[in-house]
Design a protein around this ligand. Structure first.
Ligand code: GCO
Ligand code: MG
Length: 438
């Protein structure tokens, strides 16, 4: 205020255009921030919890203004222990003292501060801070983050639910049960396991047989269409377990079952094969949860080689890059289907939902269920009604973390392979022993 009256007095005593402009700019800043002082980052903390089978990582950015802080999702569950020091050792000293209201600037600064970039660990660390800064801006503005993205294009996000079953009729029952609670879209996964010791299996572990897997996918689509008809929306996650040639054949063979989408028929390493698939069938493709870099999503979107972009928001670096992906996708007729399984924290799910209600080119949203322990740690977990996911209307993400409850659920060393591997995955092998992507 004192600075403004000084500037005004200078103008009164014989104004120069530059001074006038400076005074105007100052006034505009005051109006824009309604006198809100720029919050400075005082601390950056990491909260690692395991309320269920997966490890969740959330970043808390604390500002120099009492009670003004924010949370962001940095969950890379297979390497959660590596994200913690990436934040504490590198981003905390880098950010402390900087203005928390310059989100794009800080994103670019963090992104470039490691020189080498676009990796899952660093992107998740950046995401945790980025989403926390959006939370802070929403809390400062007294608005939910989706309002900062331009407000709602729809009341809520249509969700799909994952269904399992040992056979088609069990899956059909699971779908009917979920339909009764309001869901309209269903994704099924099948197995391709061949028991250890079976003829042709050259190693002692359970093997994975690709042909068995592909036949199971086709038989399940056929069986579910017979049981449930053509109206129900069906999807399958191929999970990049087959060869590009098999993926091409599968995309052609499922076409007659009119899937809502087929997910990850290819690995990111084989993205170029989508040009061939696109020329040969119209099966809708969803891809992207494994993407960490613009080099992966840009060509698939700009060449219209996929129909749904399924980026895991924290793997791309947070809300800031994700909203740009949504805008690029809109310009190319690609819809959003943000990755939303159990290895996304409730904060990350809020970010997914904000993007899903605010972006015009919404497709579908995945939203994992939250167990009691997760709800004990995180208040403000998104609400699901009638197969729709609802954004919180509270400022920011509308999520609070109970640190006492969080302390009850540290990362566990369960007595199983995931526990032994600190949340990492073991290997999956073909009958001849070849290790494959899983
Ligand atoms: C999905 C995914 C998950 C991943 C998991 C990896 O589409 O929901 O493919 O099932 O396997 O998120 O940690
Ligand atoms: Mg998937």
């Amino acid at each position: 205020m004192r600075r403004r009256s000084f500037l005004a007095s200078l103008v009164a005593t014989g104004p120069s255009l530059a001074l006038q402009r400076a005074a105007d700019a100052e006034q505009r800043t005051q109006q824009a921030t309604r006198g809100m002082r720029t919050p400075l980052i005082r601390d950056v903390q990491v909260i690692g919890v395991q309320p269920g089978n997966v490890r969740l990582v959330v970043v808390k950015v604390i500002t120099d203004q009492d009670g003004l802080y924010g949370y962001g999702c940095a969950t890379f569950t297979q390497r959660a222990d590596l994200v913690v020091p990436a934040v504490e050792k590198y981003l905390r000293p880098f950010l402390t003292g900087r203005p928390a209201d310059r989100i794009e600037d800080l994103w670019q600064a963090m992104y470039n501060s490691s020189y080498w970039r676009n990796g899952p660990v660093l992107n998740n660390a950046i995401s945790g801070v980025d989403q926390a800064l959006w939370d802070i801006k929403g809390r400062q503005a007294g608005m939910p983050v989706y309002q900062l993205l331009g407000g709602k294009c729809r009341e809520a996000a249509d969700l799909y639910v994952g269904v399992n079953g040992a056979n088609v009729s069990q899956m059909a029952d699971a779908i009917r049960k979920a339909q009764a609670t309001g869901y309209r879209h269903f994704r099924f996964n099948v197995g391709g396991d061949v028991a250890a010791g079976s003829p042709g299996v050259l190693h002692s572990a359970t093997a994975f047989d690709r042909s068995t897997y592909i036949r199971a996918i086709l038989a399940t689509f056929e069986g579910l269409r017979k049981e449930l008809g053509n109206e129900v929306e069906l999807m399958n996650d191929v999970h990049e377990k087959i060869t590009p040639t098999q993926a091409l054949q599968l995309c052609r063979d499922v076409e007659k079952f009119r899937p809502f989408f087929l997910e990850d028929p290819l690995s990111p390493e084989d993205n170029a094969y989508y040009r061939i698939i696109r020329q040969q069938c119209s099966t809708p493709i969803a891809m992207g949860e494994l993407f960490n870099s613009p080099h992966e999503w840009t060509p698939l979107i700009t060449e219209r080689l996929i129909d749904y972009i399924r980026v895991h928001v924290s793997q791309a670096g947070g809300l800031t890059p994700a909203r740009k992906i949504a805008i690029l996708a809109e310009a190319h007729g690609v819809r959003t289907a943000w990755h939303g399984p159990a290895d996304v924290s409730p904060v990350g799910h809020c970010a997914n939902l904000a993007l899903s209600v605010a972006a015009y080119n919404f497709g579908i949203q995945e939203l994992a269920a939250f167990n009691d322990a997760t709800r004990e740690i995180f208040s403000g977990c998104p609400v699901v009604k009638n197969g729709y996911g609802y954004v919180n209307e509270a400022p920011g993400w509308g999520v609070e973390v109970d640190v006492k409850a969080a302390a009850k659920y540290p990362f566990r060393q369960d007595n199983n392979e995931r526990g032994r591997l600190n949340g990492g995955w073991g290997d999956v092998r073909l009958p001849d022993g070849t290790v494959i992507k899983q």
